[in-house]
Design a protein around this ligand. Structure first.
Ligand code: SF4
Length: 333
């Protein structure tokens, strides 16, 4: 299907919340004002890079492509102060979540993590944490620490990089974990009642175009409270860049990506929070697909497709199940 991306909606008129329960909208409902994430690079590494789980990392990963602070890692307080200033000017937000984003942000002793997280939570206007990590890197001690912050009234999110529910695909991109580790992690996360967002990448090699919608169905069925989507970016300095140059990887088209996102939104329960619908890579590093460079073009196309279908989030889910709760509630421990 050809998507009419020629028609542009002005940013101010593109109200995605008509169709999607976005993270920004959900936080506004909860706090009565805008809440934004401030990215932090706390100079962690990753067990898939240091030899614990693997070496070389995931084949698509060049961490500097998505972390603006990857080269230098100033103190948490300095990073949050700088981020707050930029975000406040751009969006008017006055409340923030400290987003530990680069690499694996639970990969240290619990006492060291506590020191870092405490620093972030002591900053004025920081109302919580969003912690990016891997499903095989969330031991009980870390979950208990996060639950203790939640119990003190902080907004706490774990962001679990799963990328695909297919073990074959995870092996092919050298993730160093399988779907089983994700299921184990979410059982322990749900036991503590913590919120978590599952990251999925559309267009990984070895997956059909609809595979990301299948992955989304699986994680929704298992009770995820949030989803973050982005298309595969092929960036310089990665194993995947070499595979792409050899013709072994074919990136998705914008039309394909938009259809997959629209399918996932329509089938998601209405309370599920979409933390992100697309992502941008550092322009200097991006090789393909070129359309991922333009975030607003992608969001515009998604908005137009949702408007064309006129199926808001949850519509297809309710039509299929007759309810608005996950299909397999037994895992909502
Ligand atoms: S994508 Fe995440 S898990 Fe994979 S190598 Fe990079 S930092 Fe590690």
């Amino acid at each position: 299907m050809l998507i009419n991306t020629g028609k542009n909606i002005h940013k101010a008129d593109m109200d995605l919340t008509r169709y999607i329960n976005t993270f920004g909208h959900a936080m506004y409902q909860r706090y009565g004002q805008k809440v934004h994430k401030v990215s932090i690079n706390a100079a962690f590494t990753c067990p898939n890079r240091d030899g614990t789980k693997g070496i070389g990392g995931c084949t698509f990963c060049n961490n500097s492509s998505f972390s603006p602070n990857a080269k230098e890692a100033p103190q948490v307080c300095e990073q949050v102060a700088a981020g707050k200033q930029v975000i406040r000017k751009r969006t008017g937000a006055r409340k923030y979540l400290a987003y530990f984003q680069a690499y694996t942000n639970t990969y240290a002793e619990v006492s060291a993590l506590k020191t870092l997280y405490d620093q972030a939570l002591a900053i004025p206007d920081v109302i919580g944490l969003s912690i990016g990590t891997r499903p095989d890197c969330v031991p009980d001690g870390v979950l208990d620490l996060l639950a203790s912050y939640r119990d003190r009234g902080f907004e706490i999110w774990l962001e679990l990089g799963l990328q695909s529910t297919s073990d074959e695909v995870l092996r092919r991109v050298n993730r160093g974990h399988g779907f089983g580790e994700y299921v184990d992690a979410i059982q322990r996360i749900q036991l503590r009642g913590l919120q978590y967002c599952t990251h999925l990448i559309a267009g990984l090699p070895g997956e059909s175009i609809n595979a990301t919608a299948d992955s989304a169905r699986r994680v929704v069925d298992l009770g995820t409270t949030g989803i973050k989507l982005h298309p595969l970016h092929i960036v310089k300095g990665t194993q995947m860049a070499r595979e792409w140059k050899r013709g072994e990887v074919t990136p998705m088209t914008l039309d394909e990506y938009v259809q997959v996102v629209a399918d996932i939104v329509a089938e998601a329960p209405s309370e599920l929070i979409f933390h992100r619908l697309t992502g941008t890579a550092n322009k200097a590093l991006l090789l393909a697909p070129d359309w991922t460079e333009y975030k607003w073009k992608v969001l515009n196309a998604i908005y137009l497709e949702l408007a064309r279908r006129d199926l808001p989030q949850g519509a297809a889910f309710q039509a299929f199940t007759g309810s608005d709760t996950p299909l397999i509630p037994s895992l909502n421990l």
